[in-house]
Structures are given as structure tokens and as C-alpha cells.
Design a protein around this ligand. Structure first.
Ligand code: FAD
Length: 313
């Protein structure tokens, strides 16, 4: 039994989501191989080789893997799986990266993908939430090769050091030419990345405007060393960029501390943050559902209470 993990990386470093995925693979058992595909990605392969639990790293280094396009990447993964019958599982994090490439792999392998796995019961039985986290399904897969996306917040990352896997170069496949990257707009974050942050300050429609969102929340985030997040209503209203969105259709986060400011607590928002270790809610409506899951709640006007909190910190 061998598990193939598709590494998520930026060409320089391995994303923590890959370390969470390796942790899930350890619970399945068997050998863990990590596939690093990219352009000029040899250094990432070396980094992956030191992660705890990894036995082999496969590096496919070619220009046409640089953009991580799903078509070329899926073909590469499927070629590896077909060439080596010991592969029983293909795993990737349930991030935008994994969600982009895994369904194509599952379809090519004629497997039923199991998405957003939150617990491993055995090599063929897994748990995943559905109905925005209100129910948990226990699924047994009879597929020859099981294709799983892993909810990263459900598995603590393995250590990035301590391992000594062998690193092997792959010839890779040809460029299928089915798609090409026209451009990429990367938001340069001066704050911690949302999914990796230990503290998140998140704002909702209660902030009322984009300038107020930043003027009220940024000083608090600065004081706490926090990442900024937002509800979908705040994103849709243009208060915050798209990649700030937390929730069912945004990012799933589980920081040590989540401060929800002017957020009502709709189930779609809770689906993305309810596993946070400590939840603080500031809302002027004492009946707001967010208070039902908050560890600490402050019924107050945020425009008064947040500046007061900032000056008290
Ligand atoms: P509101 O519900 O309008 O709440 C604003 C809150 O601010 C209120 O509770 C109010 O009391 C408080 N407030 C106002 N003024 C002040 C003040 N001065 N001081 C203190 N408090 C104040 N939502 C997400 O967040 N993430 C998702 O991923 C997501 N996915 C969705 C997917 C689907 C399919 C659907 C249908 C919906 C989704 N939603 C998602 C939307 C979700 O249903 C809610 O509409 C949204 O979360 C509401 O955002 P909000 O809490 O900021 O706004």
C-alpha cells in the first residue's frame, strides 16, 4: 500500500497544507510518496524529503508544470499511478490547488473522489462533513485507487524536518497544450496567510464600508499579529478582497483565536471557522447566532468597542 501525495508549493517552499496532508496519510498507513511538479522545483523536492513520514519524493521538473495547470498535472499523476500498481491512494489538500486538480485525476482513474476528509478510520473508510458541516458522512470506498482531498484543519501538520526520503527525478509527460496560464494576480500579504495564521480578526457587513473595515480592523490585527478575514457579505459588498473570505465557499480555518467583528454567524460562515480553538464575537445584537458558538461574546457597538480594545492591548 503506497500513498501518493501531490505537493502544493510555490516553487520555493512547500505549503503547510502539504504537511497536514502527510499527517492524514500517516493515519492511513503504508509508504508515503510525495510528487513535486513544477518548473525549477528541485529545491522544493529537497524540502519535501525532510518532512517526517515521507519515504520517497518524485520530482517532475519541466516548464509546462510551472503553472500547475490541472490538465498536465493530472496526466502526470495518472501516469505514475498506472505505472506502479502499489499506489492505492492519491491525496491532495482540499485547498483551491487540490480542488482544481483532484477531480480530473479521479475521473481519469474512474474513482469516486472523497472530498474534504476530516478523519481516517481505516485505509478504506473516511469521514467528511456535509450540509455546511451540520452532518458527518462515514464513507467506505471500494475503489482500487482512492482519491481523497484532505481538510487541512482536521490534521496537525507533520514536522517539516526529521525525515530523509529518497529523491527521484521523473521524466514527466509532454505538454498537453489544453490550457495555458494567461496571467496571475497575486495579492501580496503583509500579514500571515489566512489558512496558516494562529490568530484571525474577521469582519462582516456590520463594518458598513471598505474604509471602515480597514480603519477599524487593521489596528486590532496589527496589535495581535493576526491575519484578516471576512464574511461573504463583506466580500460581496467590496469591503475586503475575495481571498479574505472565510466559510463554506471561502477558506476553512482553525486558528488558536478567531475574533468575529460585526458578523452574524450564518451557518455558511460557521462552516469555515467553528473549529477555531477560541472564538470571540463582537456584535451589537445579543440574539446574533455567532454568540451560540463564541467562547467570549461582547454585545456592543464595534465602532466603540474595537478601538477601546486596541488601546487596552
Ligand atoms: P449579516 O448577516 O448582515 O450580519 C451583520 C452583523 O453585524 C449583524 O449581526 C449585526 O447585528 C452586526 N452589526 C451591524 N452593525 C454593527 C455595529 N455597529 N456593531 C456591532 N455589530 C454590528 N457567508 C460567509 O461568510 N462565508 C461563506 O463562505 C458563505 N458561503 C455561502 C454559500 C452559500 C451557498 C450561501 C447561500 C451563502 C453563503 N454565505 C457565506 C452567506 C451567508 O449566508 C451570510 O449571508 C453571510 O455570512 C452574512 O455575513 P455577515 O455576518 O457579515 O452579515
Amino acid at each position: 500500500m503506497t500513498i501518493l501525495i501531490i505537493a502544493e508549493h510555490d516553487g520555493v517552499a512547500l505549503k503547510t497544507a502539504t504537511l497536514n496532508t502527510i499527517a492524514a496519510a500517516e493515519k492511513i498507513g503504508g509508504e508515503i510518496h510525495v510528487l513535486v511538479a513544477g518548473s525549477d522545483c528541485g529545491a522544493v523536492g529537497q524540502v519535501a524529503a525532510t518532512a517526517t513520514g515521507v519515504t520517497r519524493v518524485l520530482v517532475a521538473d519541466a516548464d509546462h508544470y510551472g503553472a500547475q495547470l490541472a490538465e498536465n498535472l493530472a496526466a502526470l499523476v495518472v501516469d505514475q499511478v498506472r505505472a506502479d500498481s502499489s499506489f492505492t491512494h492519491v491525496l491532495a489538500p482540499a485547498t483551491a490547488f487540490g480542488k482544481n486538480v483532484l477531480p480530473r485525476i479521479a475521473a481519469l482513474l474512474d474513482s469516486s473522489q472523497i472530498s474534504d476528509v476530516t478523519a481516517i478510520e481505516s485505509p478504506d473508510t473516511f469521514e467528511r462533513p456535509f450540509y455546511a458541516g451540520n452532518a458527518v458522512a462515514r464513507l467506505k470506498s471500494s475503489d482500487k485507487v482512492k482519491v481523497l482531498s484532505i481538510r487541512t484543519t482536521a490534521f496537525d501538520p507533520v514536522s517539516a524536518t526529521g525525515g530523509s526520503a529518497t529523491v527521484q527525478s521523473l521524466a514527466g509527460g509532454a505538454d498537453l497544450g489544453l490550457s495555458q496560464l494567461a496571467g496571475r494576480e497575486v495579492v501580496k500579504l503583509e500579514r500571515p496567510e489566512l489558512t496558516a495564521a494562529t490568530i484571525i480578526v474577521s469582519g462582516g457587513r456590520g463594518l458598513g464600508a471598505a474604509d471602515k473595515f480597514h480603519a477599524v480592523l487593521e489596528p486590532l490585527a496589527d496589535k495581535l499579529g493576526a491575519a484578516l478575514g471576512a464574511s461573504r457579505a463583506a466580500v460581496d459588498a467590496g469591503y475586503a478582497p475575495n481571498d479574505y473570505q472565510v466559510g463554506q465557499t471561502g477558506k476553512i480555518v482553525a486558528p488558536q483565536l478567531y475574533v468575529a467583528v460585526g458578523i452574524s454567524g450564518a451557518i455558511q460562515h460557521l462552516a469555515g471557522m467553528k473549529d477555531s480553538k477560541v472564538i470571540v464575537a463582537i456584535n451589537k445584537d445579543a440574539e446574533a447566532p455567532i454568540f451560540q458558538i463564541a467562547d467570549y461574546g461582547l454585545v456592543a457597538d464595534l465602532f466603540v468597542s474595537v478601538p477601546e480594545l486596541v488601546s487596552a492591548l
